[in-house]
Design a protein. Structure first.
Length: 135
């Protein structure tokens, strides 16, 4: 978290990020489904997410057409879906070299809805298992 805090302060220092805009976001359908947004940019209706990695991971992303790891892509799609944000500025920082790389990811409603449906299915299976074991 030290790396993320340093990057957050730098983003605020150059006027890209709004200070003190980190918060938890919850799904409308279940307060157990939540995530933590690193902050808001000054762009308007845009969040940012900081990911620390090693240089090899950053090189892998860039050498594969700038395609984000699926878990990172789905994470920010879920944030945008539940928070009704237009886009997310992904900020990757290589801990071992200090290299910083960014990519703007736009909200895709179909992906957001798919993630929501998957979460609802998992919650239903869990609830069903609880009921089955209760009686």
């Amino acid at each position: 978290y030290v790396v993320e805090e340093d990057i957050r302060k730098r983003l605020e220092g150059i006027g890209l990020a709004m200070p003190n805009t980190s918060f938890e976001i919850y799904a409308d359908y279940d307060q157990h489904v939540k995530g933590h947004i690193d902050g808001m940019t000054n762009k308007g209706n845009q969040i940012y997410e900081i990911k620390s990695c090693v240089q090899a991971q950053l090189d892998f992303i860039r050498n594969n057409g700038d395609k984000l790891p699926k878990r990172h892509f789905n994470q920010v799609q879920a944030y945008m879906h539940h928070g009704r944000f237009k886009s997310c500025l992904m900020v990757y920082v290589a801990r071992d070299t200090g290299e910083i790389w960014t990519k703007e990811v736009f909200y895709l409603p179909v992906v957001g809805a798919s993630i929501e449906q998957k979460a609802k299915s998992v919650l239903k299976m869990y609830d069903d298992a609880l009921l089955k074991n209760k009686y």
